[in-house]
Write a protein that binds this ligand. Structure first.
Ligand code: SF4
Length: 367
């Protein structure tokens, strides 16, 4: 969802990097009792150095809500993360995004309109008699509106670390599961649970019944929305093969948003937090090829000079939308706050927020 970012003014763009960083540090100190800066692992180091809290999206949202005294939560991440923070925030807290174009293309691939249309089609051919006949599960990388859709129908959110557990819970209900928006996380979790390929069906956006026949849908256990992360899709089986030829001792670890072909070749896969932990606990001299966003890989490289750390792909795999949050945007946001002006606030309508909270609570209950 593209929101309109206000013009910062030419003066901001003529500032040198050092001056911007220095002014952010001063503003942060001046506003320290009232702001909390949260930074996702995929932000650049220039942003990351100002973080009070770091982590993946859900950890950040939960940690921020636990710190009740700060009014402004400045979320250096993407739009859906700021929405989750707003859902979990206390009433007096406001969530601000440094640049409104920082969105997640994968989250935008599942709109409520398209998902409602899919449900209508499934009802029309008798795959469902009522909407609760399918258990919806959504990856946390989805809009608040999708989380609300899922919450209203008794489903759950999942993350890249608990996807298998949540999917197992959904399958145990004895109904079909509709998984949004990431095909690959869904497929990787299904495979880890031993669900056969024939029982997992892809729903292609824009095609009637997702491009499937009624018979195929009847036989399916899990239907996967065909969303994907354009960053993690850049890691290919050939990259794994090439590293193994070049460095036979190398360990390949990748994020489960990568395609199943690549995940099945890796030594390990897991969430950003799991990747960080695996590298941290490995002995000095370990060699890693990591399949996730480049800012995180470069940070791990700096943090572990005693280990050999490489990006799995030869090309730069950067989350360019998250990178819309530049230090100059953070400075502009803080300057405005210092002047008593609240910019770029992300709010979720109360009705949507309470249904979305249900799907988040369901996940916490499962895990
Ligand atoms: S890395 Fe991929 S899934 Fe994560 S925010 Fe960027 S586009 Fe979205």
């Amino acid at each position: 969802m593209l929101l309109q970012q206000q013009d910062l003014g030419a003066a901001y763009y003529s500032l040198q990097r050092e001056e911007i960083l220095e002014r952010i540090a001063r503003r942060k100190n001046e506003l320290r009792d009232n702001i909390l800066i949260l930074c996702h692992h995929y932000q650049s180091q220039d942003m990351f150095q100002f973080a009070d809290l770091t982590g993946d999206s859900l950890k950040l949202a939960r940690d921020a809500a636990a710190i009740s005294d700060r009014e402004f939560l400045i979320f250096c991440g993407v739009h859906f993360m700021a929405e989750s923070a707003d859902i979990l925030a206390r009433e007096h807290q406001k969530v601000l995004l440094p640049h409104l174009h920082a969105g997640c293309p994968m989250a935008d691939m599942a709109t409520v309109g398209a998902v409602e249309q899919a449900y209508k089609e499934l009802l029309s051919v008798g795959i469902m008699e009522e909407e609760t006949d399918m258990v919806p599960v959504t990856y946390v990388n989805s809009s608040a509106a999708i989380k609300a859709f899922v919450g209203e129908r008794g489903g759950s959110v999942c993350t890249s670390s608990n996807g298998e557990k949540v999917l197992a819970w959904a399958l145990n209900k004895g109904k079909k599961v509709f998984f949004f928006p990431d095909e690959h996380l869904g497929r990787n979790c299904a495979s880890a649970l031993g669900v056969s390929e024939q029982e997992v069906l892809l729903w292609r956006r824009g095609e009637r019944l997702g491009g499937n026949s009624v018979e195929q849908l009847q036989q399916a256990k899990i239907v996967l929305w065909d969303g994907y992360c354009e960053v993690h899709m850049r890691f290919l089986p050939d990259h794994v093969r090439q590293w193994r030829l070049r460095e036979p001792e190398i360990q390949v670890i990748i994020h489960p948003e990568c395609s199943h072909d690549v995940v099945s070749m890796a030594d390990q896969y897991g969430s950003t937090e799991a990747i960080i932990a695996a590298v941290a606990k490995s002995p000095a001299g370990s060699k890693w090829a990591i399949g996730t966003e480049i800012n995180l890989v470069q940070r791990l490289k700096r943090q572990h000079p005693d280990k050999e750390i490489h990006l799995l792909a030869p090309t730069s795999c950067q989350c360019t939308t998250m990178d819309c949050n530049q230090p100059v945007n953070l400075l502009w946001l803080l300057d405005n706050l210092a002047a008593g002006k609240v910019k770029n606030q992300i709010t979720v309508e109360p009705a949507i927020a309470s249904l979305a909270a249900k799907s988040l609570e369901q996940m916490l209950a499962i895990c």
